[in-house]
Design a protein around this ligand. Sequence first.
Ligand SMILES: *Cc1c(COP(=O)(O)O)cnc(C)c1O
Length: 431
Amino acid sequence: MTTSEQLFEKAKTLIPGGVNSPVRAFRSVGGTPLFMKSAKGPYLYDEDGRQYIELINSWGPMILGHAFEPVEKAVRDAIQHSFSFGAPTRKEVEMAELITTMVPSVEKVRMVNSGTEATMAAIRVARGFTNRDKIIKFEGCYHGHGDSFLIAAGSGAMTMGVPDSPGVTKATAADTLTAPFNDLAAVEALLDNNHNQVAAVILEPVVGNMGCVLPEPGFLEGIRSLCNKHGVVLIFDEVMTGFRLAKGGAQERFGIVPDLTTMGKIIGGGMPVGAYGGRADIMNMVSPAGPVYQAGTLSGNPIAMSAGLAMLHYLNEHPEVYTRLEEIGEKLTTGFRAGLVKAGLNYTINHIGSMFTMFMTERPVSNFIDAKTCDLPLFGRYFHAMLKRGVYLAPSQFESLFMSVALTDELVDQVILANEESLIEAMNKGE
Ligand SMILES: *Cc1c(COP(=O)(O)O)cnc(C)c1O
């Protein structure tokens, strides 16, 4: 048994499913999850001392590579001054100023401890602001594990939500309406049929959580104008895309101004941090400025703020990071496309900047229904073939991969070669 296998056996007796977040368990690809011990730059090292090239980067945060020195130093400096005060600090002011500079639609911002907290608070504020109860979300978009977001609509976009998870009440589900991504007409119909009842539309402007799915031309613009027409708060969930697709996130890249934005992942530099912010008139609803309650004992934690500030300062001051990420993304996906051709496959690759997914389906993927046509057993075999060649991918077809600037051209070439070989191996094994 490998050390990872031993640890996983023990973990399963102590932690539900052996993991502290479900996708880590490798359920959708089979096999035993690798237990990680350390990481530096583009490499991960597991408990058995094996090295992997990183293509997840902690689901986004490690955009500058692991253990990036300025972030590490900021944390080292901060720990000398105590880990937490439960009182305001200078760093929180600096953080708010930096966020509002990088993401201009954010006039005021509140720090929290995860992306989940940020989205839960954002819809509460939108409801308080509009005095309405319902929200619209999109099938396949993930906004953390808050009750209101764990809803699928089945096939009918007009139907009320039904819970995805036991423990979410029917009453909560009934306030969540869902539409297929990229389907403006469905959103329009929901808004018409629920006149003056919808508080917010929330979406990932570029979806990462059903695999990488891009907004079709006009979709984000259309949502923006529907929200204006119906007095609905538009929330961009940029927990994945924020500070990644551009310094100012997807909203900068696509030129759309949301009312509220939720952030996470990169914003903490690897520490547990989230944030929500936006229009000052809406954010002034938040306690103690306004009546909408939201709080956190460890929110704005000085160690977490130090890591996040070091990360964001670096990104703000080094625009070449984004140029390089574009180059890496272009080179990697061009290589993956060539690999598909060599393997005689005509599968779909969705790509933007440093995010991409190779979907094991010939169908173009612009929503969750399309994504679900993928050959999942093939993906599982491909995943393990890549792992064997030292490339660490997301252990699910329905995830985006995230690149870091630590990927050198040589490493990109290695990954491209591994992809070619793995595709062929996965196909042969299936026969
Ligand atoms: C990861 C993610 C979340 C949840 O953030 P956590 O920090 O895991 O709670 C919310 N929204 C999006 C778009 C995400 O990718």
